[in-house]
Ligand binder design. Structure first.
Ligand code: SF4
Ligand code: SF4
Length: 332
């Protein structure tokens, strides 16, 4: 029988041991329904998730809720929105109780004296032209000024089809301001013209991302296997989609048979009672979903399928390590 130990040499086995005890139990929280941008294709607004619930405004209610989440076994809080930094008191309530990651568009600066070791992921949707077209302004000009050189901040670069062949320029600019980058793909939830994916573009992109990972290893936080699964949407021949998605809210998951999934995962709306279907848009057609985190988790929850060769298991370990770095569970 193939076991983890039999497939790995000592060095890889040490890497495996480092991640095997992490036992991640993450959930996602809408900190607010408001945002200081309105990006074309934002899954939150385009699926009306900002109207799903009336935002809780009592900080004490947030604190009690977070304590209940901790008791439920959550050990990683992923804060999204809207724009979480509009309500730093709520962010702080998480930060003081749980390992916390905060997604932001970077337009407001999170004070490091208040949040010295919170990991931040800044959203970026391409170069200046794409950002102006899709988000109404060049956010990089502002966010890079706020966070240059910050050791616990990275760009979450959502690549659009128009960026294929041009990802290096923004990667270099990110490197030049002393930050790191992780890539994911636009799902184009609002059907912006010229922003739909064709499979040949995805193929090209996969090779482009592999090259960037090789040339900018200090800047790019990624893995070749992640590029493969994300751009092909396949894992051992199985297509990504509703039947396979690991990032469905556990209490809303009625699928039979139930696929491998994130244990105890819930995506909470900002009233702290309502839940959303999954980690992203409640109305997205799952067969078109390009969500990077969901693909990453898809690989991670399917560990046993990767026990068929040393190469498969090493791929799995690299993706797990990537996830752990992005959420500050391992150092860069
Ligand atoms: S910054 Fe984020 S939350 Fe705000 S509109 Fe853009 S994608 Fe949506
Ligand atoms: S939209 Fe994406 S993340 Fe949400 S359930 Fe469908 S496949 Fe999963």
């Amino acid at each position: 029988m193939l076991t983890v130990r039999s497939l790995l040499d000592d060095a890889w086995y040490e890497r495996y041991k480092r991640i095997s005890h992490l036992n991640i139990r993450s959930s996602i929280y809408d900190v607010t329904d408001r945002c200081n941008l309105r990006c074309k294709g934002c899954f939150f607004f385009s699926s009306d998730e900002h109207r799903a619930a009336r935002e809780e405004t009592d900080l004490g209610a947030w604190e009690k809720f977070i304590d209940r989440e901790r008791a439920r076994g959550v050990n990683l809080a992923i804060l999204i929105g809207g724009e979480p930094t509009l309500y730093l008191d709520r962010v702080e309530a998480f930060y003081r109780r749980l390992p916390t990651y905060c997604a932001t568009n970077g337009l407001l600066k999170v004070p490091r004296d208040r949040f010295p070791d919170m990991m931040l992921g800044i959203s970026l949707w391409g170069d200046e032209d794409d950002e102006r077209e899709l988000r109404g302004r060049d956010t990089f000009a502002v966010s890079s000024r706020h966070y240059a050189g910050d050791p616990l901040t990275y760009y979450l670069y959502t690549i659009t089809p128009r960026q294929v062949g041009r990802v290096e320029r923004m990667t270099r600019r990110i490197r030049d301001v002393g930050l790191k980058v992780h890539y994911q793909l636009l799902s184009n939830d609002e059907g912006a013209e010229g922003f739909n994916w064709e499979s040949s573009r995805l193929d090209d992109l996969r090779h482009e991302l592999d090259g960037l990972l090789e040339r900018y290893p200090e800047t790019v936080v990624s893995a070749r296997y992640y590029h493969e699964v994300l751009t092909t949407g396949r894992l051992f021949g199985r297509p990504f989609g509703w039947d396979e998605c690991p990032s469905v809210t556990e209490t809303m998951d009625t699928r039979q048979p139930r696929p491998k999934r994130l244990i105890r995962f819930v995506r909470w709306a900002s009233d702290l009672r309502t839940t959303h279907r999954c980690c992203t848009s409640a109305t997205r057609d799952c067969s078109t979903c390009k969500d990077g985190a969901a693909h990453m988790s898809w690989i991670m929850v399917n560990k046993h399928a990767h026990l068929r060769s040393a190469r498969d298991l090493r791929n799995w370990i690299e993706v797990y390590e990537m996830f752990a770095k992005l959420y500050r569970l391992l150092p860069w």
